[in-house]
Ligand binder design. Structure first.
Ligand SMILES: [Zn+2]
Length: 548
């Protein structure tokens, strides 16, 4: 009888503490405020911040604001006594001296800078010249042993200029096992194509732009290519990289191939077939540009909540603070404010931090909130962190990142970019379903978004990382409404001065996503288990090697 009573009391206590915990979580998530989110974005996307370009006066203002906000939320400094991690970068400003021209046996094709091509050099050399550089077409420019694919096979590109197609051969192949089908692999990214061309010894590399394959229109290439470029500080002045890296428009490429009697669409279809052989084009490239550069230090901003019994294990939330700064004038405005990119995600992260602080007990694992710098120029801040971590990567259990959270209200879907990579999917699904929401794999996986924001820096070094938010199915107005809104936003605001804070914004969806991903983080932070990559993930092997 006595034992039975004790048992019943035990069950009762367990139930009470469980209910108590749920009550606590509810109270904590209720702290997440739409008004405060709007205030953060209005501030950070204000003209006074000049588009938050690394190294600019906008950086100083931004990192000061973030530090004081971290402090007022009660986050501890995450780098010794400070909130900042220095990130050594180099800013390279190129100027075209002689535009790209392609000399054919019977004619010369002169290209107009910006309208027809964008080119830059990351080499820290003052004068860059392509002088009658032989041009080679190298298909997709991919060497992928696991797909038995080598576009450079039997091609001599040493000291030559390669022209390659955007994306990878899986796109529109209808075969999900071939380069992940329509979902872009890392082989489809421009970063990879530049790296591979350099490994092959090419002098220059040009990617033929296509909206679908790139995942964005030509204007985005122009806006990110014609302002100063930012790179990690190199050891060898980037002498191991191609002299020139760039893009040409589809129309110009079509014109070029048609003068050779070839149809570009037909050529793309052929290049998608295995065994396709690239070829010398009988064309030479000419170009001259000058580079100026400036080495400087930018900053990642990091705050933390120290855990309890698992304090030496870490969960990272990330949202980059930087944007494009001041650039080409459009409709009379030259400040690229970056309100959605990435003000809304910063607001999301700051409010999650507040929710954690509102819990009466600390999480078991430590939580780090990081706003990386220089995401826009190629994930440079998070990449530097991943290569120079403040906490061991093998003890970093997961990363939850966000970028471009749209201000159009609550969504039923939780879009997971990189769905199927890790078992974090299941944690998100469980919490989503509790809120009447559902998981949606990114319907535009062809844009390669899994490789295009800071979670990729964590994935690359083996840390399971997730990028998830409502994006496609508006709670009241449905899918067509969101498609239309997103299209509108991409056309008018994405990487444009039009990405500004507006009074009419509805951030209830960002609130919902913050509550959801706070819950997911709380689960991760209070278990002994490490989130795992799926067996098919390209990142699993890196992680496994850390636990040998
Ligand atoms: Zn962004």
């Amino acid at each position: 009888m006595k034992i039975y009573t004790i048992y019943l009391l035990g069950v009762l206590f367990a139930l009470m503490s469980c209910e108590g915990k749920e009550e606590q979580l509810k109270t904590a998530e209720a702290v997440i405020s739409e008004d405060r989110m709007k205030e953060y974005v209005r501030e950070l996307a204000g003209d006074a911040y000049q588009g938050r370009k690394p190294f600019s006066a906008g950086e100083t203002k931004t990192i000061e604001y973030l530090q004081s906000t971290f402090q007022s939320i009660g986050l501890e400094p995450a780098n010794g006594a400070g909130y900042l991690q220095e990130v050594p970068l180099v800013k390279v400003i190129g100027a075209i001296e002689e535009p790209l021209s392609l000399v054919m046996p019977e004619a010369t094709m002169k290209m107009d800078y910006v309208d027809d091509f964008i080119i830059f050099s990351r080499r820290l050399e003052e004068k860059i010249k392509l002088n009658a550089s032989e041009v080679v077409f190298a298909g997709f420019g991919i060497v992928a042993p696991e797909y038995n694919w080598n576009d450079y096979k039997d091609l001599d590109v040493n000291g030559k200029t390669v022209i390659v197609l955007v994306s990878d051969p899986g796109l529109e192949s209808g075969n999900p096992d071939f380069f992940n089908g329509d979902a872009m692999t890392y082989y489809g990214r421009w970063t990879y194509k530049y790296e591979e061309a350099a490994r092959q010894g090419a002098e220059a590399v040009l990617i033929i732009h296509q909206d679908k394959g790139a995942g964005y229109p030509w204007s985005v290439v122009v806006n990110s290519g014609s302002t100063a470029k930012i790179y990690p500080q190199p050891e060898n002045d980037y002498k191991n990289r191609c002299k020139a890296e760039g893009w040409i428009t589809f129309n110009k490429a079509q014109e070029l191939f048609s003068t050779m009697g070839r149809d570009l669409d037909q050529l793309i279809a052929e290049a998608r077939q295995s065994g396709f052989q690239g070829f010398e084009m009988g064309v030479t490239a000419h170009l001259a540009l000058t580079n100026r550069w400036e080495k400087a230090r930018s900053h990642n901003v990091l705050g933390k909540i120290t855990g309890t019994d698992l304090a030496d294990e870490y969960l990272f939330y990330t949202a980059h603070w930087d944007h494009l700064g001041i650039g080409k004038k459009m409709d009379g405005d030259s400040i690229y404010n970056g309100a959605v990119d990435n003000g809304t995600s910063l607001a999301w992260m700051l409010e999650i931090a507040r929710a954690f602080k509102a819990m009466p007990q600390k999480p078991r694992r430590s939580i780090v909130f990081m706003a990386p710098t220089a995401e826009e120029s190629g994930l440079n801040g998070s990449g530097y962190y991943a290569d120079h971590p403040l906490y061991p990567i093998s003890k970093t259990v997961a990363n939850i990142n966000n970028d471009l959270m749209l201000p159009f209200g609550r969504c039923k879907d939780v879009m997971v970019t990189g769905y199927g990579q890790s078992d974090l999917d299941q944690l998100v699904r469980t919490e989503a379903e509790k809120r009447g929401r559902y998981i949606l794999p990114d319907p535009n996986a062809h844009t390669g978004m899994y490789y295009r924001s800071d979670h990729f820096s964590f994935a690359r070094v083996g840390v399971p990382a997730i990028f998830a938010r409502g994006n496609n199915d508006h709670w009241e107005k449905g899918k067509d409404y969101m498609t239309e809104k997103e299209q509108y936003w991409i056309t008018n605001c994405y990487h444009k001065p039009g990405d500004e804070y507006q009074q009419w914004w509805d951030l209830s969806g960002v609130v919902d996503d913050a509550q959801l991903l706070f819950r997911v983080g709380w689960e991760i932070a209070n278990t002994d288990r490490y989130p795992q990559w799926k067996a098919t993930s390209e990142f699993k092997a890196v992680r496994d090697a850390q636990f040998k």
